[in-house]
Ligand binder design. Sequence first.
Ligand SMILES: Cc1cc2nc3c(=O)[nH]c(=O)nc-3n(C[C@H](O)[C@H](O)[C@H](O)COP(=O)(O)O)c2cc1C
Length: 217
Amino acid sequence: MENKLHDYRKSYEKFSLDLDKENKDPMMLFTEWFKEIDENDLADEVNAVNLTTIETDGFPKSRIVLLKSFSKDGFIFYTNYNSDKGQAIAKNNKVNLSFFWPQAERQVIIKGLAEKVDAKESDAYFYSRPKGSQMGAIVSNQSHEIPNREYLEDKLSALEKEVAENNKEIKRPDHWGGYLIKPTEIEFWQGRANRLHDRFLFSKNGENNWSKKRLAP
Ligand SMILES: Cc1cc2nc3c(=O)[nH]c(=O)nc-3n(C[C@H](O)[C@H](O)[C@H](O)COP(=O)(O)O)c2cc1C
């Protein structure tokens, strides 16, 4: 059975983005958009972002991760370095981050180069997480096959027991930490009426120097 969705359509009319005559730093603009969406409750998880990597089999793969910080240096998320995405990045550190904020009718698409953050930074975030999340990260060999759910829960119970009874210290595994995505291109997309959306693409030319062009929607 074919499920036609031809009548699913929405007109985007909430906001506009006009940078034709304005010079703006893209990280400033990202900060403004992020804050605006966050402060006006225009997203359930404003920091959820689609990360695409080129996998070791040559196919692209996308999955959601949570952005944990951003600054002029780039965008940081945390994960297991042995996961599919970790293995992909080890082979090809060119990645894509794509935010979709439907209630604001906006998307931001970032091309960038991924690098591991230093251990101190990963420690700081790891130990700031609830104990349950820390232990979850330790017992989950992310992206690898496991026999069943019980296997995972047994591993967690065993670790919880060791921590409670033998005072075992919870340590961040070396294979768990952050990636910093250093942007080379950032596109801002604002939905507009009649599919005449506003699109601005910023490309990095050297340290803190960005060129900008408007793209047809
Ligand atoms: C809302 C949401 C947030 C997520 N946040 C993270 C995250 O910050 N880090 C992470 O490793 N996985 C996160 N995941 C799980 C990933 O989408 C993915 O399943 C996992 O990282 C394994 O991906 P991989 O096998 O392609 O490496 C999140 C999933 C969702 C739906």
